[in-house]
Design a protein around this ligand. Sequence first.
Ligand code: GLC
Length: 422
Amino acid sequence: MKKAIITFLILTLAIFAGNNAVQADYETELTIAVGEVGAEYDTVVAAAEQYMAENPEIYIEVIDSPAESGERLSYFLTHFERESPEVDIYQIDVIWPGILEEHLVDLYEFGAEEHLEGHFDFIIDNNTTPDGELIAMPWFIDAGMLYYRADLLEKYELDVPETWSELEEKARIIMEGEREDNPDFEGFVWQGAPYEGLTTNVLEWFASNDGGNFVSEDREVTVLNDNNLYMLEKVIGWMGDITPLAVTGFIEEDSRAVWHEGNAAFMRNWPYAYGMTEESEAIEDFGVTGIPAGPRGESASALGGWHLGVSQYSENPEEAVEFAFFLAGAEIQKMRAIQASLPPTIEELYGDEEILAENPLFEEFLHIFETAVPRPSAQTAPYYEAASEAIFSEIHLALTGERDALTALENLEIELEEILQW
Ligand code: GLC
């Protein structure tokens, strides 16, 4: 018994000593909140481990946040509204600068200038406030892409579709053929849940038929026109035909799950799905191309992407900013391009042999990233969230059959006009 007590005491002391030793090893603890879609989270953990090994005075905790952009924003706002120092660095959606600028430090005050060299100007501009403050380091670009089953196009002797009508026709042919053996097979999956992702899908339908991106640069609402009506009616026609009705509940990973199982001919998604698709056992061969064009327009991808902002309420802003610079630098962007197919914001990396060997997509589609169409977040700031909610709610009602296309567009036109008056 005595021996047991002594052993217990020794063990307890050892544990305390051990903990102290770990704690004494670092002076500053940083917390970063990031996304967890595809492989992105793991790459941040790997980068944090590397940084801690190189900077033993820093300890970094990586926490994940909701996968859906709007939920993530609400979660982050609960921290910002309390002026909470709990999270130092946030992964910021490309559409948020106008919403979050008051909560994020001006990175120029911490020497950002020298870290921006080589990053695309259009992302730097996106992350710069009207007063010239840089509130997020460019981290990765997103643009909507069309994924296609190259093996099935070959099987049915079809070419890669370039227009929405071709996509519709080919999806139907493949779906009808495949359903003979696989009743779960779908033609075309995308993101149709009432959330931010639906706004990006709608933007692509409209912009690719020369219907504008909801609000013009001079703040005119551009929703109600024949080109958009044509596209919305076309999409409504897909529902329950080439597109499963369940798509009205799909976010990115739901559509990717159907695709990954080999149960869809086409999928609209962001580049992160590329690396994940290569791991699919159900897909023999696939390809990626630009978003199809409407009869009156040209292919148009929605601009997405995520950047790194440092909280005004951080207790260690200098250290937090340094870590953000490290994450946004070429070394980590390259690692993330290779391991998580996240398109870099540093132009030179589009010519990097190792990245291209892993992900040939990047070279071929650089022009798509550079010409992707932004959502009207700058025009509607600081009310973009409300504008997007108006878009995805009205269109969702049209997709579920609760509104006809014309009424949805009329309502949306009025709602956006109202928001612009706020
Ligand atoms: C992707 C994009 C982001 C967008 C979101 C919508 O994560 O990068 O900009 O808001 O999808 O679901």
